[in-house]
Design a protein around this ligand. Sequence first.
Ligand code: MTE
Ligand code: HPA
Ligand code: MOS
Length: 752
Amino acid sequence: MKNIDSFTHVRGESLFVDDLMLRQDVLIGLCFDSPKAHGKITSVDYSQAEALAGVVKIFTYKDVLGENQIGGIIPDEPLWAEDEVHFCGQPIAFIVAETEAIAKKARALITIEIEELPVITTAKEAKEKGSFINAPRSFKLGDSTSAFSDCEYVFEGETFSNGQEHLYLETQGCYAVPQENGTIKLTSSTQGPTQVQKTAAKVLGIPMHKIEVDVIRLGGGFGGKEDQATPWAVMTAVAVQHLNRPVKYMLNRHDDLRMTGKRHPYTSFYKIGLTKDLKIQAFEVEFLQNSGAAADLSPAIAERTLFHATNSYFIPNVSTTVYSCKTNLPPNTAFRGFGGPQGMFVIESAIADAADKIGVSRTEIQEINLLAENDVFSYGQIATQVAAKNTWFTAKETFNLEELEQEVATFNKENNRHKKGISLMPVTFGISFTNTQMNHARALIHIYQDGSVGVSTGAVEMGQSVNTKMLQVAQSVLGISATKIKLETTNTTRVANTSPSAASSTADLNGKAVEMACTSLLERLSGVAANLLSSEEKNITFQEDFVCIDGQKSTLTWEEVITQAMVERIALSENAHYATPIIHFDKTKEKGHPFAYHVYGTAMTTVTVDCLRGIYEIDAVKIVHDFGTSMNLGIDIGQVEGALAQGIGWMTMEEIAYNNDGRLLSNALSTYKVPDIFSGPKTIETIPLETEGTAMAIKKSKAVGEPPLMYGIGVYFAIQQAVKEFNPNYKLKFHSPFTPEKVLMGLYESLQ
Ligand code: MTE
Ligand code: HPA
Ligand code: MOS
């Protein structure tokens, strides 16, 4: 089945926030944000802006009737700054005007005086100054300190991975409409409708039932709308509360780039110890996460960095610590992989460093240390149904690694202008929200009296095709054709208290709830059908819109059963709740079983570097991926390819830059380069690993949203190998993205 949105997407008919029909009396909102990264606000003069014709009201923290607080994990973030600002782009006021042009004009008329305070932009500096979001976290396994003394080789080094802009095609935005009795309906581009509802209620000082949040779909979220869709929605809600008129606010690209947080940059210090036969015996890392000016999701992201610090390897002695460092950047936030990629980059760097210094290949060390069945992760979970080795060896074999290495060696011998590099990148990613209590979902199914079906869940469609998967689940349980089923918008009045659509877990959690609700409905309908056919309930099934007895199609249709159920006054609606079983985690011990299961895979990457200019091409990325038993291979391979492209962008060309004053320099698409069709791999091949799959995944089809992003890390090491081929004096560096400028400098550093 194709993505059910394909037709309306292609025809431009799919609805996003900006496509909504607006009420006649709508007003337009626009944020006035801090021009400075840190300081005390000594005065703001709104008088000229307020005097402008068409400006209805300018809102500040003084207009908040509830709490001026939007922090989700830690209450450390005001909706609008009060007397201090902590990052460039921090919202200070919200202009509401008759048109966008007037709002923009008004914004230019606001003057502000800020007494500047020292600005911190890097995690290192924050650590030195003791500027943190919260207390550090540490995971420990075995005894790394004593294990190092038994190691033949010990290496230490520093790595840096930069942030990443989400660049969802649809920018942040919300349309808020007053209903009756002080109720407000928000149509928001959010991954977390309940988070928007809860925060709006808190800031407005009203109960949650007075806020309805509706999400049609997002033009991409990628984590950037898990938490950071909330402020804009809350601002429009505050304005509606005061003005009782609809208010719309869509950020333009410049404002979105400047005001929202991104993937966290990390500076990390590792120490790796190996035995003579290349077994990694001990691994220590100190991760410095650049969290930005407020917590946002940083503590949860830091935690996932620790969970994935050893990637696909078993290391018996591990000690990892992460510091969430408070800086004067916009609060950084969730981004596909959620801290996992940052963790994996460090272990892969440590392995590359060790291989280089010992004089063996990186793949040799990787292979020797791959995770096996019943190995323990540093957080106490025992690895089961492990496919780390399986994907690795299948990739080597299927894609003829040996032959390819020969070809690359021959090419490199024969060419000096161009050099090729090759790498393998294994990935092991845990599926579940690391915060156990978030792993639940609900579904509400209505069968209408004509036999058509409406499915509501807490899942937000953001391009990952979760709605198509929900439809497939309902279809397979009910045994009816897809055209009878419609996926409804995600709405807090139909499905309440949802977790955000995130952690790659949306299809699993919501799909299981859909499955449960449909199963309950079917039990009732089987009774009706059995009576009509004078059979027994246990013999009844539904297939292709007909009732079957003992698997044989009868003449009784789905619609006839529904009609009879109405006559018999049987409930045709069902609500179900699913909470992931088994998982648990004890933060006081930092041990437990946080993940329902792991997703595995291995990518093989070849690149060609132009050694005159420093530019490079990705020849091929070939992947063996563990989909379990995919319920929709077209969609899942699409997720692999999209995530890979995003991972490659992060590792190679997407370079976020702030100046020392904390101002974003890469603030437009002319200064921030994302992968396009020309810079992507010339070949991408994705092969599903043959596995049984796990019952914890919906229909045994494993979560796929985030894990493949980390295949992109392989590109970094393939490029590095090519640089080293050209320049044997090149000293390995672990500082991403590996832009053509850095490649060029590497090619010619200390070259005689
Ligand atoms: N794919 C598309 N097209 N657009 C997106 O915004 N978000 C990614 C991934 N794939 C995203 C996407 C992220 S960050 C996550 S966590 C998952 O989808 C969320 O959806 P899932 O839980 O249904 O996999
Ligand atoms: N992944 C993604 N989003 C989250 C998580 C997680 O583990 N925890 C809280 N939000
Ligand atoms: Mo994804 S980063 O969990 O939204």
